[in-house]
Design a protein around this ligand. Structure first.
Ligand SMILES: [Zn+2]
Length: 290
């Protein structure tokens, strides 16, 4: 061996020894058994009841649908079973019962509802968008994440919500802190993790009635004129999709029993068909918000 190669070997050996004496790092999270982890993706609002209109005239439902479909596609690429996509028509309030009947008929490990945020009416201003008067509020921007303590698996819901919040941060996305402010009045929410924008919202029907850990993501404000445009860019959506899917992957690795849910899937195949019928006679639920 030439002197140079000998020297290289010594340097490499020293480096390896150095690595060996470095304090052990934290155990990596266990790998996710993706094929056995079932997800329900809820597209907020309906094709007929489209939620808020953006400061540029695009419906919230349109934003929700595009983002949810991209999350769905990425999850399938990663090896997860195709999520149950809840895409509803008709009046928004009535769709809640139908969508949750579908969700709860198929046991799953996680329920994620995709929304985009507006603002309380008293913050809405108007502007002239090239000849059309449109609503806007540039006061708030950023995402927020909600958990209902009415959910039977609130701790797991909260675990995923915090994980999602950290993943959003890691992808350079900032949450909005304004839900914790007194001026929000009846829209004020208790922060559960102020650092990552996770709030408690018990009355949210889909979170409260889901029989699985459930979280609602308001991906950003479509009333904010700059953010409404940014949320339509592939780059912004890619960051959100990456954060959501990484959070799901991490959460999946953390929980212990995805196989039990896979078995329950087979057992509930018939029940699913019956329960998926619309419940036209469902009583009005005055204790729920969307
Ligand atoms: Zn919404």
């Amino acid at each position: 061996m030439s002197p140079l190669r000998t020297r290289l070997s010594q340097v490499l050996a020293a480096g390896l020894m150095g690595l060996a004496t470095t304090p052990a790092r934290a155990e990596p999270a266990p790998a996710c058994s993706r094929a056995g982890f079932h997800i329900v993706l809820d597209i907020g609002h309906t094709t007929d009841d489209t939620g808020a209109m953006s400061s540029h005239g695009v419906s919230e439902f349109a934003y929700n649908q595009v983002l949810a479909l991209e999350i769905d596609q990425r999850l399938v690429e990663m090896g997860f079973p195709a999520p149950l996509l809840l895409l509803e028509a008709g009046p928004g309030k009535r769709s809640l019962y139908h969508r949750m009947a579908q969700a709860n008929a198929r046991p799953a490990n996680l329920f994620l509802s995709i929304h985009h945020d507006a603002v309380p009416d008293n913050f809405v201003e108007t502007w002239d968008d090239d000849g059309t008067t449109r609503p806007f509020s540039d006061r708030f921007k950023g995402h927020s994440i909600f958990v209902s303590f009415g959910n039977r698996l609130r701790q797991r819901s909260l675990d995923f919500a915090k994980r999602l919040g950290r993943a959003m941060q890691a992808h350079g996305l900032a949450h909005t802190p304004h839900y914790a402010e007194r001026f929000m009045g009846r829209y004020r929410r208790e922060p559960l993790d102020a650092a990552t924008g996770v709030y408690r919202y018990d009355r949210l029907h889909v979170l409260r009635t889901a029989r699985m850990p459930a979280v609602l993501l308001e991906a950003g404000s479509i009333l904010n004129r700059a953010e409404a445009l940014d949320l339509q860019t592939p780059e912004r959506r890619a960051a959100i999709v990456a954060a959501v899917t990484e959070a799901i992957d991490g959460y999946c690795g953390e929980i212990k029993r995805p196989v039990a849910v896979a078995k329950a899937h087979r057992k509930h195949r018939l029940a699913r068909r019956a329960a998926a019928q619309p419940r036209e006679t469902a009583p009005a639920d005055r204790n729920s918000d969307y």
